[in-house]
Design a protein around this ligand. Structure first.
Ligand code: COA
Length: 530
């Protein structure tokens, strides 16, 4: 493989402009990361500390191997919504426990008793999906008041999928371990109730279908929390608990011990990995801060792959799509990156390359920066729809795992062809300046104005230009709001907005997760040359 020769000029206007604007975006990202760290009002934090108990993030820290990083997932779920705030009431992500890559899911019991709002539910479902697809044992750190009762209508129907997921993973041989640290009522009781291994912490865990007040209302029975659902009762009488822990640290120790007995692949210890030859800091000057201005994605690839080595496939054909092989942390990967609008040749080249990666079982990395497929009479005549359809078909039916990173624009069918959310990449991250929508806000407003004018003409009415302009202004604002990366992340359309400089680290983690599974590329036919 050849080492990429960078052409960037650090003193150029465009590099300096990108750097300055991207730094502003990073400051915005850091502020949102701070928001996501919120673990509740002081009164709840003090009460927890006073009782000698750990907070949600501390539990994660204690559970992870001492040298393990933690890759947090969906930290901005709920941003911009009227729920319980950025990140919801659960902290989730991947890390190594007793040498095994696991999914960790820790309820924040100090915000609303850890009750689950709509965004937290969506986040939980996505976390379960990632655990299932990548065969990651799930460790739940449970302290949750169950459904956010005022939100119950919105979450009741979807909520059941969490329990279904636990048992389906179990059938696939992917265990779930629940350590119950606090109250876990009703729906919450089914989290340990469905798990493969259950640890309850003495004097803290309280697990019941209904607490004492509801029991009194329902049956007139008078009882207390400890005898109704305490760790001792569940470990010695009901058998809902498999291990009774002396305290929180003991509960964490038991979970680590269980994981150490699971037959497992251990951590990737490949030693000779060449780091990229270019500084990751330069990514901020390379990536275009304005998504309307394209940038050469090879410059980004050179800063994320091993040794900056990239073997490009068909470099001189369909040049608005870059395709080729590289390695990240020793794992081979097929990269598909936009370098302009998708033309027919580029779409065909992409479909061809996806088939090749399926033929040799290579996972795919999509680097999206796409304003869409080329439009116009000439392109319609040459059948851009059917050529684009081949790329979408290849992405849809590819069976090797995919990772998608939105590095700039993600508009129109380009989002689909480049493995957007609906095409089920195993992981999807976005850069903070990126935009995700059917089309750009100005184009959207312009199209609506044209349609309005034509409709008026057809009906013989005079089109009100002033009103049309005002409406267009409003639509631009709305579309801008709804297409920014924060909005998308708040809706859990991605797995997080990331600092572009950390791309390689995220990819290393994702590839480690992907390689926990066996996969086989789709091979219905030989590779069709396109
Ligand atoms: N939905 C929404 N909010 C809830 C909630 C729920 N299910 N359970 C608790 N909260 C909120 C409280 O309103 C309070 O909010 P605030 O901080 O704005 O005042 C906060 O969580 C803390 O609750 P509090 O009862 O003061 O804390 P606690 O530590 O004494 O008790 C629980 C925690 C979980 C034991 C207790 O709140 C409880 O039993 N909740 C109901 C559990 C339940 O029956 N769930 C059934 C869901 S299907």
């Amino acid at each position: 493989m050849s080492v990429f020769q960078s052409k960037i000029n650090r003193n150029s206007d465009s590099y300096q402009r990108n750097l300055a604007l991207m730094k502003e975006k990073i400051t915005e990202l850091e502020a949102k990361q701070q928001e996501a760290l919120f673990q509740g009002e002081d009164k709840y934090l003090t009460r927890t500390k006073k009782a000698g108990r750990l907070l949600a993030r501390e539990r994660i820290e204690m559970l992870l191997d001492a040298d393990s990083p933690f890759m947090e997932l969906c930290p901005f779920a709920g941003w911009g919504t009227d729920g319980f705030g950025t990140g919801g009431t659960v902290v989730a992500g991947m890390g190594f426990v007793s040498g095994r890559l696991c999914m960790l899911n820790s309820n924040v019991g100090t915000i609303k008793g850890g009750a689950i709002d709509y965004a937290t539910l969506q986040k939980g479902l996505r976390i379960g999906e990632i655990a299932t697809e990548n065969h990651l044992p799930m460790i739940n750190m449970v302290e949750s008041a169950g459904a956010n009762l005022p939100d119950q209508a919105k979450i009741f129907n979807y909520g059941g999928a969490n329990f279904r997921g636990i048992t389906q993973r179990s059938k696939l041989g992917i265990p779930t371990i629940s350590i119950v640290f606090g109250s876990s009522t009703a729906g919450g009781a089914y989290i340990p109730g469905m798990s493969d291994y259950v640890i309850m912490v003495k004097n803290e865990a309280k697990v019941f279908l209904a607490g004492p007040p509801l029991v009194k209302m329902a049956t007139n029975e008078v009882t207390d929390e400890e005898s109704l659902g305490g760790a001792k009762m569940h470990s010695t009488v009901s058998g809902v608990s498999d291990y009774m822990a002396e305290d929180e640290l003991d509960g964490i120790r038991i979970a680590r011990e269980i994981i150490s007995y699971l037959k497992s692949e251990t951590r990737n210890t490949k030693s000779e990995i060449a780091e990229p030859k270019f500084e990751k800091e330069e990514i901020l000057g390379v990536v275009s801060a304005d998504v309307r201005i394209p940038f050469d994605q090879r410059e980004l690839i050179a800063r994320i792959v091993d040794g900056s080595e990239f073997s490009e496939f068909k470099p001189a054909y369909g040049s608005t799509l870059i395709t080729g092989y590289a390695k990240i942390n020793g794992y081979q990967i097929g990269i598909i990156a936009n370098n302009g609008v998708l033309f027919s040749e580029a779409a065909n080249k992409g479909a061809h390359f996806i088939q090749l990666c399926n033929q040799n079982n290579t996972p795919l990395l999509f680097l999206q920066n796409i304003t869409g497929f080329m439009v116009g009479k000439k392109y319609e005549e040459e059948g851009i729809i059917k050529h684009g359809a081949k790329l979408i078909n290849a992405v849809s039916n590819s069976t090797v795992p995919a990772i998608t990173i939105i590095t700039g624009a993600s508009y129109g069918a380009g989002n689909y062809a480049m493995c957007g959310r609906a095409y089920k990449p195993r992981f999807l991250f976005t850069y903070p300046q990126s935009k995700i929508a059917v089309m750009g806000p100005d184009q959207l407003a312009g199209v609506m104005q044209t349609i309005g004018r034509q409709a008026a003409e057809k009906s013989g009415i005079t089109y009100d230009e002033e009103q049309g302009k005002a409406m267009a202004g409003y639509m631009v604002k709305e579309a801008e709001k709804q297409s920014n990366a924060w909005y998308a992340s708040g809706q859990v359309w991605d797995d997080g907005v990331i600092d572009p400089r950390e791309t390689r680290n995220y990819l290393k983690f994702c590839l480690e997760a992907i390689h926990q599974t066996e996969f086989e590329g789709a091979k219905g036919f030989g590779v069709f040359r396109m």
